[in-house]
Structure formats: structure tokens, C-alpha cells
Design a binder for this molecule. Structure first.
Ligand code: MN
Length: 194
């Protein structure tokens, strides 16, 4: 089976100034596309050929894992944004964030801090376990919390390719501005519809 790159649900310049059209052209247009194209080549005529992407991620390692997980992570990342974002979590997710982190603002600072302090390339994740407990974790390179039995809710990409054209070395600035385009309706649905 060939995986196809899903189209973005917004125009390439729609997330400006938080994420520029140029970054979308490289990050979505070249990086994400390349992970998907490479994965399709790697799994051809292997036992992974007809597997769901999530199954490949938890069952593979090496190059196939790296490209499968990077494909999934980028699709998950780009689909949580909306030019009219910047709202607030809703329903059970909002209640749980306040219960565990004190407030939405406290949660955001802790999430940004995890992203800013991750050394090298990777992702900062909000995930939930089977009981709905939330976890903020740092994932190196292509890591995905699914491999630890957690359900991803929100992710910020902290590979330099995600922010260098717009923010250069100012990763913390990029993380701070991402909140302006997070579509909390989509993110909350990932948690509330469990
Ligand atoms: Mn990326």
C-alpha cells in the first residue's frame, strides 16, 4: 500500500506570521513529503506493506520506524493548526489540564519548557494513558509516545527545520507563538472523544 500525503486544510500562507509560507513549502512540501515517499519505498514488498501507519510505528525499527513515525508525527502536527486558532482547551481536556497543571497558562509554560530544553532534534508531546492521565514528554528524533502505550494529544516539532527560517536559533520564541495557531477544538477532540 502506498501512503499519500494529505493536503493541508489551510492555504500555505494561512499560518503567517507564526509559520511562514516559506517554512510550509519546505517543512510540509519537502520534509513531510520526503518521509512519506521514503517510507513507501522502504516498505515495498516487506511485511509492512499492507499495515496501518500506526502499526508500522509500533512494530518496526531503524529506517522504516524513522520514516513511518516522522510521517505520522508531521501529519498530526500540521492538522492541529488553524489560522483562527488561539482558543482554549474545552471539556474534559480543559478540566484535566487544570487539575494536573494548575492552569492552562501553567500547562503552556511547562510544555514550552520541555520543548526548549530538548537537546537536539525531536518533539514535545502531550499524551494520555488509558486512565486519561496527561503526560508532557520529550521525544528524540522520530520518537512517538504510541510506542510507550500513550495516546498523542498535541505535539510541537522542535527539529530546527520547523522554525529556523522564521525564528533562527530562537526556539523558545517559536514555541511561544505556536499557541496562537493551535486549534484547541481539534486537540480537545483527540482527548475528549476517547
Ligand atoms: Mn519537522
Amino acid at each position: 500500500m502506498n501512503f499519500t500525503q494529505p493536503r493541508l486544510p489551510y492555504a500555505p500562507d494561512a499560518l503567517e506570521p507564526v509559520i511562514s509560507q516559506k517554512t510550509i513549502e519546505y517543512h510540509y512540501g519537502k520534509h513531510e513529503k520526503n518521509y512519506i515517499d521514503t517510507l513507501n519505498k522502504l516498505i515495498k514488498d516487506t511485511p509492512f506493506d499492507n499495515m496501518a501507519l500506526e502499526d508500522i510505528i509500533v512494530k518496526s525499527d531503524g529506517k522504516i520506524f524513522n520514516n513511518a513515525s516522522q510521517a505520522w508525527n508531521h501529519i498530526f502536527y500540521f492538522f492541529q493548526f488553524n489560522p483562527a486558532g488561539g482558543s482554549e482547551p474545552t471539556g474534559k481536556l480543559k478540566d484535566k489540564i487544570i487539575e494536573q497543571f494548575g492552569s492552562i497558562e501553567d500547562f503552556k509554560r511547562e510544555f514550552e519548557d520541555a520543548g526548549a530544553t530538548l537537546f537536539g532534534s525531536g518533539w514535545v508531546w502531550l499524551s494520555a494513558d488509558g486512565d486519561g492521565k496527561l503526560f508532557i514528554t520529550q521525544g528524540k528524533n522520530a520518537e512517538n509516545p504510541m510506542c510507550d502505550g500513550l495516546r498523542p494529544i498535541l505535539v510541537f516539532d522542535v527539529w530546527e527545520h520547523a522554525y529556523y527560517l522564521d525564528y533562527q536559533n530562537r526556539r523558545a520564541d517559536y514555541l511561544l507563538h505556536l499557541w496562537d495557531i493551535v486549534d484547541w477544538d481539534i486537540v480537545s477532540m483527540r482527548y475528549n472523544n476517547d
